[in-house]
Design a protein around this ligand. Structure first.
Ligand SMILES: *Cc1c(COP(=O)(O)O)cnc(C)c1O
Length: 419
């Protein structure tokens, strides 16, 4: 379900040929489709109409201001994981009341900022964090709204690096520990208990782990009720997977139906924190072939984008479909598509069957809208690529390519070290 199609043999985003964008901004660049984004938001929201809920887009998937502003415009809130995320969310016009704050390492400064922004809730990840939030709220003369992020110990059956709800992960607090923290929180002067939260992992392609997690949360909710602790929000996190190659994740409709059935008539407002499912297939990374390099054992296609632009293949062994921007028929070969970075782990694809590629051919690395640009770095002193948003026949450069001056901005050379 996306907007990147060949027309007369040339890959387009909507009605715009990718070559046209490349001529304007150079390569590599990220390209996002606004109509796809709109469709994904609608597909997620449609089955939830009539359900008291708030969707809080997980900003770590894609935090571009234009994209976030569009989310705000469509009524979405944000799941933030840092002060920087919070700054962006507010700047994009997302009201504090639609922001949830997750993450194991919130600093005092970030906590103050979030309290002052009047966020919906902090998702508490440790006993000590709860104490610090109570303290900070006290210093500000406020009450901080909190949920406890429960680690329900279910296996999401996804990549270990993106599993978060198993007992060996650093996230959340186990069920018994959560119970104890709720009782402690109840007696804290500057804490207001508002909800319960879990997020078990990312790129889930089956609903059953979600259902198992909801079951464990419901048992805890019932025990809390016995202790006179009533909640307002049930936050089910994000994690719904997408198709990168041949995965068959549940449609958002089936996901929604299954989790809402499992939640049942609790009378709580349900919070969702989707990231990947909204933006993943709404974006691509476009890169250009620099060289063909033949060794005794392999053919390498060296391109101008690397792990500093898209780290998912290097970090998770993630698969991204790769398509030539100019459609090619005929002979194919098996190649490694690698970047310019000085690391053996710098690759976009390994042993991939692709048409014969030559210098200056352009390639589209598909499904790069989530955890693409947000994970980009300046490693090897490479300026971060631009981001382009396409809407039908029009496109907008929503982030300029970094310049070499940007690379050194903020750096200073103390004169005395040269004396
Ligand atoms: C990463 C994350 C999400 C979003 O996960 P997706 O798989 O992109 O939907 C939601 N909530 C929390 C707390 C996260 O860390």
């Amino acid at each position: 379900m996306h907007d990147f199609e060949y027309r007369q043999g040339r890959l387009h985003c909507g009605e715009v040929p990718l070559e046209e964008i490349a001529e304007k901004v150079g390569t590599p660049f990220y390209c996002y489709s606004l109509p796809t984004l709109r469709r994904h938001i609608e597909a997620f929201e449609e089955p939830l109409s009539g359900v008291d809920h708030q969707t809080c887009f997980a900003m770590k998937a894609n935090a571009n201001l234009a994209i976030l502003s569009y989310m705000a415009h469509r009524g979405l809130g944000a799941d933030v994981v840092s002060g920087g995320d919070l700054y962006r969310a507010l700047k994009a016009g997302i009201p504090g009341g639609k922001i949830v704050y997750s993450g194991v390492g919130k600093t005092a400064g970030e906590i103050d900022m979030a309290i002052q922004a009047g966020i919906m809730m902090f998702n508490i990840e440790s006993a000590q964090e709860l104490e610090v939030i109570n303290e900070r709220a006290g210093m500000l003369g406020r009450k901080a709204p909190v949920s406890i992020r429960v680690n329900p110990d279910v296996d999401p059956m996804t990549h270990p690096y993106i599993s978060t709800g198993m007992k060996e992960n650093k996230f959340g607090i186990d069920v018994e520990g959560s119970m104890a923290q709720y009782l402690k929180a109840r007696d804290m002067e500057h804490i207001e208990i508002v909800g319960i939260d879990c997020h078990i992992g990312s790129q889930l392609t089956d609903v059953s782990p979600f259902i198992d997690a909801v079951g464990r949360l419901k048992m805890l909710i019932a025990r809390l009720k016995d202790h006179g602790i009533a909640l307002e929000y049930l936050d089910l996190g994000g994690g719904l997977g997408i198709t990168y190659s041949d995965e068959e994740p549940p449609h958002p409709r089936d996901y929604a139906r299954a989790v809402l059935d499992a939640v049942g008539p609790l009378g709580l407002k349900v919070i969702f924190e989707p990231g990947r499912v909204i933006v993943g297939n709404a974006g691509i990374l476009v890169t250009r072939v620099l060289y063909r390099k033949q060794t005794k054992s392999k053919t390498f296609i060296v391109v101008d984008a690397g792990m500093s632009d898209l780290i998912r293949p290097s970090l998770y062994g993630a698969y991204h479909d790769i398509r030539p921007v100019e459609e090619k028929t005929g002979e194919r070969e098996q190649v490694d598509v690698v970047g310019p970075i000085c690391e053996s782990g710098d690759f976009l694809a390994k042993n991939r069957d692709l048409p014969i590629l030559i210098r200056d051919d352009m390639l589209a690395v598909m499904s790069a809208g989530a955890y693409g640009f947000t994970m980009a770095s300046n490693y090897n002193s490479r300026p971060k690529p631009p981001e382009v948003l396409v809407d039908g026949a029009r496109y907008h450069v929503v982030l300029n390519r970094q310049t070499y001056e940007d690379l050194v901005s903020g750096e200073t050379v103390p004169e005395e070290i040269l004396a």
